[in-house]
Ligand binder design. Structure first.
Ligand code: NDP
Ligand code: GDR
Length: 324
């Protein structure tokens, strides 16, 4: 039985990845940090099948102990301060977790289990300002937020450990991916939850920032399969994972409102509080390397994704209103 250690397992991707690994017969160890109000919503259904280890990405000793306890064949480093907007008001915390957390994890792995296969959750936010489209593995980085800068560090330190110590370390440069388990602060879920609330008559407006931003949005369930595939190859490498389609926030809003028969223009209010000090205007990924080398394929397209999320939020709301 293979063993995997997953950091960030309570998050969106961690929960889908843990499901995938359990379905493949892995023993899954999940790193969790102490919080005053624990939230296991995403993993409630598999909570008892995960072996929990307490630790924090900023605490090297806890990571060394986590690797000692789990003796993993594979490590998936998904933990991060992952909300771009928060990286301006909390730049140091973001850097400590999202940048230095990666070297903590790599050092712990190098010291305790140097033959482990290591996956780093890199991001299309590293591309930032448009230098080239579509963006691929060789496109130069120009990050536009403290989060993006931290992810560039995480990416290069992963490449460096591969080259310095011959470790099996891969970096997945994933473009935005969403699901019904997405945090409520991210724009897709904010929109689908808002649409559900408006439809049910408990909200009368939705306040958003830049509707012109373009993103390459895919489904998280498809993307975690690519993470696993990267660690099953003969050689470690870096891969872009994307859909190859880009859409504006406005299109996202249109599809979500239209799905419940409403006109978005009557409800959406532009609010400067949700615009960013520096924006990433356009993300569009070229994932041909992953398709060719990993045989990775997409199952859910953008429109299906938005409708899936609206339906899920409507369902959740109806159930919660029934019980109140
Ligand atoms: P989430 O924000 O949903 O999950 C983040 C996870 O990290 C949570 O489990 C969180 O735990 C944990 N975490 C945060 N800080 C620490 C810490 N100091 N020590 C230990 N655990 C910590 O993110 P996603 O699932 O969406 O993303 C997974 C990874 O992929 C992240 O690294 C993200 O930056 C990256 N990424 C995501 C993309 C996307 O579109 N979703 C695209 C590209 C990259 P807690 O509940 O305690 O906060
Ligand atoms: P992003 O995701 O920053 O791309 O990072 P987010 O959903 O937060 O923003 C996407 C785009 O929508 C615009 N936008 C708004 N965003 C939010 N959150 N709230 C709003 O009200 C709003 N209005 C407009 C934003 O300006 C932006 O252009 C996500 C995260 O998962 C990162 O961890 C990951 O690395 C990248 O995707 C790839």
């Amino acid at each position: 039985m293979k063993r995997a250690l997953v950091t960030g397992v309570t998050g969106q991707d961690g929960s889908y990845l843990a499901e995938l690994l359990l379905s493949k017969g892995y023993e899954v160890y999940g790193l969790r940090r102490r919080t005053s109000t624990p939230n296991y919503e995403n993993v409630e259904h598999i909570k008892d099948r995960i072996v929990w280890i307490e630790g924090d990405l900023t605490d090297l000793a806890s990571l060394i102990e986590a690797i000692r306890m789990s003796k993993p064949d594979e490590i998936y480093n998904l933990a991060a301060q992952s909300f771009v907007a928060t990286s301006w008001p909390q730049p140091i915390a973001t850097s400590n977790i999202t940048a230095l957390g990666v070297i903590n994890m790599l050092e712990a792995a190098r010291l305790i289990k140097p033959d482990v296969r290591f996956y780093q959750a890199s991001s299309s936010e590293m591309f930032g300002k448009v230098v080239e489209t579509p963006q691929k593995e060789t496109t130069p980085f120009y990050p536009r937020s403290p989060y993006g800068v931290a992810k560039v560090y995480g990416h290069w330190i992963t490449v460096n450990y591969r080259e310095s110590y011959n470790m099996f370390a891969c970096s997945g440069i994933l473009f935005n991916h969403e699901s019904p388990r997405r945090g409520l602060e991210f724009v897709t879920r904010k929109v689908t939850d808002g649409v559900a609330r408006i439809k049910m008559g408990i909200l009368n407006e939705l306040r958003l920032g830049n509707l012109d931003a373009k993103r390459d949005w895919g489904f998280a369930g498809d993307y975690v399969k690519a993470m696993w595939l990267m660690l099953q190859q003969d050689d470690p490498d870096d891969y872009v994972i994307s859909t190859g389609e880009t859409h504006t926030v406005r299109e996202l809003v249109e599809i979500a409102f239209e799905h419940v028969g409403l006109d978005w223009k009557q409800y959406v209010v532009i609010d400067e509080n949700f615009t960013r000090p520096a924006e990433v205007d356009l993300l569009l990924g070229d994932c041909s390397k992953a398709i060719k080398k990993l045989n990775w394929e997409l199952e859910v397209d953008f429109e299906q994704l938005v409708k899936m999320m609206v339906d899920s939020d409507l369902g959740k709301l109806r159930r919660s209103l029934q019980f109140n």
